[in-house]
Design a protein around this ligand. Structure first.
Ligand SMILES: NC(=O)c1ccc[n+]([C@@H]2O[C@H](COP(=O)([O-])OP(=O)(O)OC[C@H]3O[C@@H](n4cnc5c(N)ncnc54)[C@H](OP(=O)(O)O)[C@@H]3O)[C@@H](O)[C@H]2O)c1
Length: 436
């Protein structure tokens, strides 16, 4: 094998330019670690790159990814373009040609899970996707290697920095959702079109990848329950705080007796739980293994440098495999191909949670009996019930705040429908799940 490992970099945007920078700045350190040089021999980019401050003098630059895919000297193709069209072609074609592919593209992996991973299992090349979940936190490698002896029973994580930034600002600065989003956009933490982040779709992509790694199966993105943070109001953040909770957008999944649960939704998290202390654009993931117990990984979930760190870790892992001989590359997921099966995600109606309910009632005292009857009929037991008044413009509004025991989701949804028909219930009942 030659002294130099050549990679092709597709896309020189936020993450791509960070990868180029890291490989250049840490070139000596990487050479010492693996005993080879890693160079970016080709870059495909549509943009001007002369203002990026990168030394591309030894790199062939073109606007076509085909120049990279066709180059027989390039064994590692790094896809950092995003989207699902050209990115899919790059990853699949690389793997089909026996090259290794490295990608940060969670949307591609989550929505084409079967196609991409089947291709990866069949390929002589490696598939690296560390950067696709939680940016700089090495969570993919933790599951694949660190917990490879454990049965993973559950994970729960904050995997979208934008949503966490917005919820943190609503809590610390007392601003409403629109103001917090506006501020996040001004500071560069949210895109001009923030839909993927605030509607939970980006987090859902990451949950599907984590479920595949944790539960040794291929899961269908369309089966995952996804609820974003646009319905979270300042009043709920304030009441949650007073009650000892923070509201977070969580990605959760668990192995249960009935099957696999998986969801993305805003949830109240007890302040004693370390996830409640994860603020700003940071990410954190808790994983429960049957021998290791509960673990927590924390760090920057996005950004040019943290994400580049994860991408380069995949490049180095692949380089090490190449040096050792790629005849039998390590499976891309946590299981051999024979044990890899398609798994269903349980419908939400069959899952259980604890719930926070905020019931706006002009006359809360007289309506309690009716409310309790509806909940009792649905076998929903209460942990606590408290009457509160709104503040500011809402100071005349009375709220009944209920925390429930673990209850069935379908029963809860049907109880909420009934509560909303009561004449004393002034506005639709606000329900947020409570996760532990
Ligand atoms: N940014 C993060 O913090 C982060 C974190 C984790 C994962 N990721 C993932 O990393 C990937 C890249 O994200 P990014 O933030 O770096 O995106 P980005 O800044 O938009 O970079 C993508 C680059 O690819 C270029 N491009 C588009 N079509 C191309 C083509 N046919 N050939 C060559 N280049 C092409 C784009 O050029 P134009 O601008 O001209 O279209 C752009 O410069 C995405 O899958 C994203 O989900 C990003």
């Amino acid at each position: 094998m030659e002294d130099t490992i050549k990679i092709g970099l597709c896309g020189l945007g936020t993450v791509g330019s960070g990868v180029f920078e890291l490989l250049q700045e840490n070139a000596d350190l990487i050479r010492n670690r693996i005993g080879r040089n890693i160079i970016v021999s080709r870059v495909a980019t549509l943009d001007r790159y002369d203002n990026l401050g990168l030394d591309l003098s030894k790199t062939q630059v073109s606007d076509s990814v085909d120049d990279i895919l066709r180059d027989p000297e390039i064994n590692i193709v790094v896809e950092l373009i995003g989207g699902k069209t050209i990115a899919k072609k790059i990853v699949l074609e690389s793997l089909q040609k026996g090259k290794s592919a490295v990608t940060a593209n969670k949307a591609l992996l989550a929505e084409y899970t079967e196609e991409i991973f089947q291709a990866a299992y069949r390929s002589k090349g490696n598939l690296g996707f560390e950067a696709s979940v939680a940016g700089g936190i090495p969570i993919v490698r933790s599951i694949k290697q660190g917990f490879s002896g454990d049965r993973i029973d559950k994970f729960m994580g904050i995997v979208n920095g934008t949503a966490n930034y917005i919820l943190s600002a609503m809590s610390s600065e007392g601003v409403d959702f629109d103001q917090a989003l506006n501020d996040a956009q001004k500071k560069g933490y949210a895109e001009a079109d923030p839909t993927f982040d605030i509607e939970g779709i980006d987090a859902a992509h990451k949950v599907i990848i984590l479920m595949a790694l944790s539960f040794n199966g291929l899961f269908d993105f369309s089966q995952l329950y996804v609820e974003g943070i646009t319905g979270i109001e300042s009043i709920d953040i304030a009441i949650a705080e007073e009650s000892g909770y923070a509201i977070k957008l969580l990605g959760c999944a668990a192995r249960t007796e009935n099957g696999y649960e998986g969801k993305v939704c805003p949830a109240l998290v007890d302040k004693k739980n370390m996830l409640a202390a994860v603020t700003g654009a940071f990410n954190a993931v808790s994983i429960w293994g049957n021998f290791v117990g509960e673990t927590l990984s924390y760090g920057a979930g996005a950004g040019s440098h943290p994400t580049a760190s994860a991408v380069v870790s995949d490049i180095i892992e692949t380089a090490r495999l190449m040096i050792a001989g790629m005849d039998n590359p390590v499976p891309p997921l946590n299981t051999g191909i024979d044990a890899l099966t398609r798994q269903d995600i349980l419908p939400m109606s069959e899952t259980e949670s604890e719930y926070y309910l905020r019931i706006a009632s002009d006359n809360a005292e007289t309506s309690v009996d009716d409310i309790l009857k509806i909940l009792g009929d649905a076998a929903i037991n209460l942990k606590s019930m408290e009457q509160k008044s709104g503040s500011g413009d809402l100071s005349l509004q009375k709220y009944l705040i209920l925390f429930t025991e673990k209850s069935n989701e379908e029963q809860m949804q049907s109880a909420i429908q009934k509560l909303n028909t009561l004449s004393v219930v002034a506005k639709p009942v606000k329900m947020i799940r409570v996760e532990h």
